[in-house]
Design a binder for this molecule. Structure first.
Ligand SMILES: Nc1ncnc2c1ncn2[C@@H]1O[C@H](COP(=O)(O)OP(=O)(O)OP(=O)(O)O)[C@@H](O)[C@H]1O
Length: 323
């Protein structure tokens, strides 16, 4: 991890461990985590509450030391070379610490004073759709507006790498989509983005790489398509009256007025189904066919992990799954 080339990952983590406390009360929140974030990509770190996402991000951000393992950001050690790393990265924490008395514009001006070559404040305001809120005191902003101000501050210094802990929590659906567009633009301009989110659609829309964490470890990682392998696709339609479906090599369930078919061979099953419907003149109302969503994959992984840990007698299995 000591040499950097233009192709080397923007973030590299090897064998990361992070412990809180000491002695008998010590708790290991990160338990040997490996992660690579390629340059110019969006990587999403997913996991149930308490999986260890923030504990991991804080070490990568240089805000906390690792108990063990190695972290490099742009080839640099985020603690030993903190100043260099901070200059080239933007960090969005889960909660901000702005003064409520300053206006939005004053807040951005203050933070711009701490960054070399900052974006003009008006540009930062416009990027986060805050142009008409510049004169408003921070304490009068809505939660979603504070989040957008936080993002504007994060992006002030044209960071090469941004690390965002739940960037769109508290935003309404329209603002969330605006932020997605902004992050996509930044990625297209070459910015590397590592984010955590509980919105699986967000990861689905934005991320080329997804890593799912459970109990301090990465339990699944890959592109969304790689993660979907082995997870069934779903076909659904309004159950037609008075007809019996043909035998299909798939799992069929009639749930109220809807028939749901789960299959690992979406094209073959759909071909069989539509061929049968055409031959028998059956109209399949509300027909829908879709690949496994990240949500169904995530839930399957969370469920599997919880069961494994419960079987191993780990009390944290229930803790993580229910909080
Ligand atoms: N300062 C601390 N002292 C002791 N334990 C902590 C501390 N901070 C976090 N933890 C524990 O470490 C574990 C991981 O927490 P962390 O905040 O990293 O999870 P997370 O995946 O980010 O969760 P969330 O999705 O809720 O933000 C949790 O069990 C949490 O209670």
């Amino acid at each position: 991890m000591n040499t950097t080339t233009p192709d080397s990952p923007a973030i590299e983590v090897r064998g990361l461990r992070r412990r809180y406390g000491r002695g008998t009360t010590a708790f290991e929140a990160v338990r040997g985590l490996d992660l690579e974030v390629p340059r110019g990509s969006v990587t999403a770190l997913l996991g149930v509450n308490g999986a260890g996402k923030t504990s991991t991000l804080e070490v990568i951000e240089g805000l906390a030391p690792a108990s063990d393992g190695e972290v490099r950001v742009l080839g640099l050690d985020p603690i030993a070379q903190r100043a260099d790393v901070r200059r080239r990265t933007g960090v969005l924490l889960q909660s901000s610490g702005f003064s409520g008395e300053l206006t939005v514009r004053e807040t951005l001006q203050m933070w711009a004073g701490l960054v070399s070559d900052p974006r003009p404040v008006d540009e930062a305001l416009a990027m986060l759709d805050l142009a008409d809120r510049g004169g408003v005191r921070v304490r009068a902003l809505s939660g979603g507006e504070v989040r957008r101000l936080d993002l504007a501050v994060t992006l002030l210094g044209h960071p090469e790498v941004v690390m965002l802990d739940e960037p769109t929590t508290g935003l309404d659906p329209e603002s969330r989509r605006d932020v997605w567009r902004l992050l996509q633009q930044l990625r297209d301009q070459g910015t590397t983005i590592l984010l955590t989110t509980h919105y699986l659609e967000e990861a689905e829309v934005l991320a080329e790489h997804v890593s799912i964490m459970a109990a301090g470890r990465i339990v699944k990682a890959g592109t969304p398509a790689e993660l979907a392998e082995g997870h069934p696709s779903t076909i659904s339609f309004a159950t037609p009256d008075g007809v019996t479906l043909p035998p299909l090599e798939a799992q069929v369930a009639v749930d109220g007025a809807t028939t749901r078919i789960e299959t690992l061979e979406l094209q073959d099953t759909l071909t069989d189904l539509l061929g049968w419907a055409a031959r028998h003149g059956v109209r399949l109302e509300q027909l829908d066919a879709r690949h496994a969503s990240l949500e169904s994959i995530f839930l399957a992984v969370a469920d599997e992990t919880s069961h494994h840990r419960a079987a191993a007698g780990d009390p944290a299995s229930l803790e993580g799954a229910t909080r």
